[in-house]
Design a protein around this ligand. Structure first.
Ligand code: NAD
Ligand code: IPM
Ligand code: MN
Length: 342
């Protein structure tokens, strides 16, 4: 029996998660779910962001499904760092898997790009880099104020995510892996990443490799997305590149992600790439497709590969049948995809 923790979170989070669960229940009846009330509401009511007791309970689940965190009424970072990043770090989600695919029936903003031209996966490092919270502020509020954020890159942390990316590349037809960094400027971390990439690459002689600086990669994402198969990069570059990847593949409402702990020591966490979208919260117009595709990643991770394939195929069919330019109604998308997988 699968035991799933559900964190709807803030803004449109609970709206899209409801649709993800609708599809999950339709494709795999009997999954046991436990709802966790975390996010802005709880923070305002109790001052708590992620109590240790809740973190311990979450650790006991097979996986976590998360909507989004972040609220205009809460200082930036409180929920993002205190809840989302805390879970990614505590549960060692070192592979942040973010597939990008242009489905039939979806219009890319890139001229001349057709389905098949965009089909790659970004393996974003999830536990290190500029996200670790190292650094500080001196002389705050004075003209001499200095703020620093340090990027942490450990050999073991870099090596494990690079090895994971190589093995994903090896299992895909094109067997191509691009390392993205900025080794011409960030010479310390850049050297560690590229040296490790070369060394680990020796274990995968049939994978074709390429290196791109992140500025050039950002350009190629929009000028030649066909170049990419698997991309491995650090935490912040991966954050930015995957919003670009989402945009070229039809929008942030379609972009799924998995925060994966490949050793399975801790539960992995699945969530759309997008945030809480305060501008459309409560209107019933958020696209739940990203969350539903994240449910497919969750099913795959838990070994329910047939069900995962079924959900992805149902999403593809639904996207192909959508009327171009017509807006979505959140619950109708969930109803349609759930009906297709039942
Ligand atoms: P956002 O992704 O929430 O929204 C950016 C734009 O995309 C908005 O116009 C929004 O309406 C639109 N959008 C997002 N999801 C959509 C969907 N499913 N369907 C249709 N349109 C959608 O990013 P933001 O505005 O930069 O951030 C808002 C809040 O979310 C902030 O507090 C931020 O920290 C947080 N955030 C959380 C996550 C997460 O939980 N993983 C990710 C990104 C941002
Ligand atoms: C994402 C988000 C998060 C990140 C924030 C909300 C901490 O932008 O999941 O892409 O930067 O990783
Ligand atoms: Mn992001």
């Amino acid at each position: 029996m699968t035991n799933l923790a559900v964190i709807g979170g803030d803004g449109i989070g609970p709206e899209v998660v409801a649709e993800g669960l609708k599809v999950l229940n339709a494709v795999l009846p009997g999954v046991e779910t436990t709802d966790y009330d975390l996010g802005a509401r709880r923070y305002h009511a109790t001052g708590e962001v992620l109590p240790d007791s809740v973190q311990n309970e979450l650790a006991g689940h097979d996986a976590i499904l998360l909507g989004a965190v972040g609220d205009p009424g809460v200082p930036p970072g409180v929920l993002e760092r205190g809840l989302l990043l805390k879970l990614r770090f505590a549960f060692d989600h070192y592979v942040n898997l973010r597939p990008a695919r242009l489905y039939e029936g979806v219009t890319s903003p890139l001229a001349g790009v057709k389905p098949g031209d965009i089909d790659f996966v970004v393996v974003r490092e999830g536990t290190e880099g500029l996200y670790v919270g190292a650094g500080g502020v001196l002389a705050k509020g004075t003209p001499r104020e200095v703020a620093t954020e340090e990027s942490l890159n450990s050999r073991s942390g870099v090596e494990r995510v690079i090895r994971d990316a190589f093995s994903r590349a090896q299992s895909r037809p094109r067997r191509h892996l691009t390392l993205v960094h900025k080794q011409n400027v960030l010479v310390n971390a850049g050297n560690l990443w590229s040296r490790t990439f070369t060394e680990v690459g020796k274990e995968f002689p049939d994978v074709v490799t390429e290196y791109q600086h992140v500025d050039a990669a950002s350009m190629f994402f929009v000028t030649q997305p066909q170049r990419f198969d698997v991309v491995v990069t650090d935490n912040l570059f991966g954050d930015i590149l995957t919003d670009i990847a989402a945009a070229i593949s039809g929008g942030i409402g379609l972009a799924a992600s998995g925060n994966i702990n490949p050793t399975k020591e801790y539960p992995s966490m699945f969530e759309p790439v997008h945030g809480s979208a305060p501008d459309i919260t409560g209107k019933g117009i958020a696209d739940p497709t990203a969350t539903i595709l994240s449910v497919a990643l969750l099913l795959d991770h838990l070994g329910h590969t047939d069900e995962a394939d079924k959900v992805e195929a149902a999403v593809a069919d639904d996207l192909a049948a959508r009327e171009p330019g017509a807006g979505v109604r959140t619950s109708e998308v969930g109803d349609r995809i759930a009906a297709r997988v039942s």
